[in-house]
Design a protein around this ligand. Structure first.
Ligand code: ADP
Ligand code: MG
Length: 701
């Protein structure tokens, strides 16, 4: 079988050899023919135009000029030397300059011979110059194809110094296309290329490197983006398919008395249509016999907890235990307290396990857990310790999943004979394109409507010098019986300073809002956890009206009477954090407010973040804005960056192509799950090559 030619080590390409191949590997991670073909030009330059020296105007422009070198000298300067060549045409004179590699370059410079110099213009004391230009003999230059879209490849200093010039990269690529690509089977099925009128692989690769015009370039880019995304999606979908087929899970075939009792008698409110839909999706997973692996996305306050709890009841109805894992102690305590009420009504047992659970309590708890007396265990990371043994864990619910590493998730899986069904809940909506790329192997449910009766939170941006007005507003709200959060940033790198800001802020709040009329709480990460809880409790029970805090309150805290969230130095927070913080208010029936405080000096990005917050309450919209501002890598952290190392597609800009690629990948798998069809041969071979050579997918769950 062919299609392996492209996996040939790069040193075997004519003109490369061991020395250059080492450089290509080191500098550009080019190991194989395939890698070189997929080193796409950064951009294209017009090499059909020539400039005259006297006509030069723009510093920074990239130009090519025909002329000759008239004189070369090495000039000493404070820091090292520089090599300067006088370069002239029939209209004027300019300088070519090298700061590095003098010796080698000096030897190779030919005085008095017609040359073409290409490079970026700089200006020094009124004279134009070009640093590290690309030089070609005019004679050779004329023998080559000139294009208005000449590729410009990514390069490094080392590469250009070693003579692996842009021109050579182009030549190598051209040769590769000419000599080796013809035998390749197109990775995409003909049925798809025909339906979408895509260029063939060979045409696309030729056109992306050496476009004949803008239109062909655009078609080549589209085809290659589609192909890249198609294979990412195909792998994820296939994984999901195989997973469903292979990984048996506990089957919850019955909807039993607990679920029904709760639904009929104890449900504290009517479920929203979105909640009903999601519960249905979960029920169908749980009844399927394949292990559930579902991501539940829903904005803060969208009502994920009840969905989680009803899923738990399904597990219990079928004789299994369930656990709920939360990222912080505060949040697990809250889950525990909230669910305890329901559990008491239903006469089922629930316990809480965190780092601060007393040893004696813990031992007792662990015993009843392993005996199966305990139905539901709620807690933090403490749940993942080896000594925590369930009798039969059938369902694991993970709240705020992105805070847990994937490794920890799989740790839970190994606690039993079979992996439990897993429901991952996140309140940080992930843009659809990202979710499809990162979690495409999970099933995804979305709660996209808030429970009825919520008034949208009003968000405003105020400058620091308006603080007095803000205080006045806070006073009014407190007079109405409401409570206030005031949050300060706390960032690892500037911790000491941030704590000082927090304490200064606290003091000024206490001065503005003096006892006995006002009571002010403070909570931050350096407090003992018992002190934190105590203060939290005082605020939650309404004994204090103002809570001054760092972002420890970001996750989970639920005080429905709190109606104002003041965020200090809001420009220093990221969008998703701002959105999370804002979600702490608006939980009751009252009109709630979020006040973003900042200085006057704002970076463009910061201004856009604040404007986005003021403009919308929709978590998905905010996540899309966040993706645009920060890019996918930053948004998701380094952990998943491997998945996002796309060569040509861009998750921010190519969302539509991604959807298209996903739908086609789905269709291929639906028609031919084993990829045995002759038209899918290229798909099969490409997948095999991906698995063999780029085994980067193993780390997704
Ligand atoms: P989150 O998705 O942020 O975890 P919660 O589950 O904590 O949201 O729900 C937020 C609040 O909304 C809770 O007080 C909850 O009781 C309430 N709630 C949830 N679903 C509904 C509903 N269908 N109707 C009315 N209130 C609801
Ligand atoms: Mg929640």
């Amino acid at each position: 079988m062919k299609n392996n030619v492209l996996q040939t080590p790069i040193e075997y390409l004519k003109g490369v050899g061991p020395g250059r191949s080492a450089l290509l590997r080191q500098e550009l991670s080019i190991h194989t023919f395939q890698d070189l073909l997929h080193l796409f030009p950064n951009r294209y330059i017009d090499r059909t135009q020539y400039h005259k020296i006297s006509d030069l105007v723009n510093t920074g422009a990239e130009v090519q000029i025909i002329g000759t070198i008239t004189h070369v000298e090495t000039v000493d300067q404070k820091r090292g030397k520089r090599l300067v060549a006088e370069f002239s045409d029939d209209t004027g004179l300019m300088e070519l300059v090298w700061f590095r590699g003098h010796k080698w370059i000096k030897q190779s410079l030919k005085v008095g011979v017609p040359l073409v110099a290409f490079g970026r213009l700089t200006q020094f004391k009124g004279q134009f110059s070009m640093a590290h230009p690309e030089l070609e003999l005019l004679e050779e230059h004329q023998g080559q194809l000139r294009s208005a879209l000449q590729p410009l490849y990514p390069s490094t200093e080392k590469l250009s110094k070693s003579g692996l010039s842009n021109r050579l990269m182009g030549q190598l690529t051209a040769q590769l296309i000419k000599d080796h690509l013809a035998q390749e089977i197109d990775p995409l099925p003909q049925s798809i290329t025909e339906r979408l009128k895509l260029l063939s692989q060979r045409e696309a690769l030729t056109q992306i490197h050496f476009p004949s015009d803008q239109n062909q370039l655009a078609r080549a880019q589209f085809r290659l983006k589609f192909e890249e995304l198609f294979f990412v999606q195909l792998q994820l979908l296939r994984k999901n398919l195989i997973h469903k087929r292979k990984i048996k899970g506990y089957k919850f075939s019955e909807v039993g008395t607990l679920f029904n009792d709760f639904f009929k008698q104890h449900l504290p409110f009517e479920l929203t249509p979105a909640q009903k839909r999601v519960i249905k999706e979960i029920r169908s997973d749980l009844g399927s016999g394949a292990q559930m692996n579902r991501l539940l996305q829903g904005d803060v306050g969208s009502g994920k907890t009840i969905v989680a709890f009803m899923s738990v009841l399904l597990a219990l109805d079928n004789g299994y235990q369930a656990c709920i894992l939360a990222p912080t102690e505060i949040l697990s305590v809250q889950h525990y307290n909230g669910l305890l009420e329901y559990c008491n009504k239903l006469n089922i047992s629930i316990s809480l396990l965190t780092g601060s659970t007393k040893t004696s309590d813990r031992n007792e708890l662990l015993e009843s857990l392993s005996k199966g007396d305990l139905n539901i265990l709620v807690g933090t990371h403490a749940l993942l310790e080896d000594r925590v043994k369930f009798q039969n864990l059938g369902l694991a619910i993970i709240d705020e999943q992105h805070r847990f590493g994937v490794a920890q998730r799989s740790k839970l899986w190994h606690k039993n004979e079979y992996p439990p069904n897993v429901l991952v809940m996140t309140a940080t909506p992930i843009p659809r394109t990202l979710a499809m790329s990162l979690y495409g192997d999970l099933d995804i449910s979305v709660i996209d409507t808030l429970p009825p009766g919520r008034k949208p939170i009003k968000t405003v941006h105020r400058y620091d010098n308006n603080r007095l007005k803000v205080f006045g507003f806070i006073r009014q709200e407190i007079a109405k019986g409401r409570q206030i959060y005031i949050v300060y940033p706390l960032i690892q790198e500037s911790q000491a300073l941030d704590y000082k800001d927090l304490m200064d802020g606290y003091e000024s709040i206490v001065r503005e809002f003096p006892t006995p009329k006002y009571q002010v709480s403070i909570v931050h990460g350096q407090m003992k956890s018992s002190d934190k809880d105590f203060e939290m409790q005082r605020f939650a029970s309404g004994q204090t009206q103002i809570m001054v805090a760092t972002t420890v309150i970001e996750v989970g805290v639920n005080v429905p009477n709190a109606s104002v969230m003041v965020i200090e130095s809001a420009e220093r927070f990221g969008l998703s954090q701002l959105h999370q913080l804002r979600g702490r208010v608006g939980r009751g029936a009252d009109q709630s407010y979020c006040i973003l405080m900042s200085g006057h000096k704002l970076s463009d990005d910061a201004r856009q973040r604040l404007q986005t917050m003021v403009a919308t309450n929709d978590g998905f919209e905010i996540s899309e804005a966040d993706l645009r501002l920060r890019g996918p890598g930053d948004l998701m952290g380094t952990q998943q960056s491997g998945v996002l190392q796309l060569k040509i597609a861009d998750l921010v800009k190519d969302g539509e192509t991604l959807k298209l690629a996903r739908s086609y990948a789905k269709e291929v798998l639906r028609q031919d799950p084993e990829l045995n069809h002759p038209d899918h041969k290229g798909v099969r071979l490409t997948l095999a090559a991906i698995f063999k050579f780029k085994n980067i997918w193993h780390h997704i769950s």
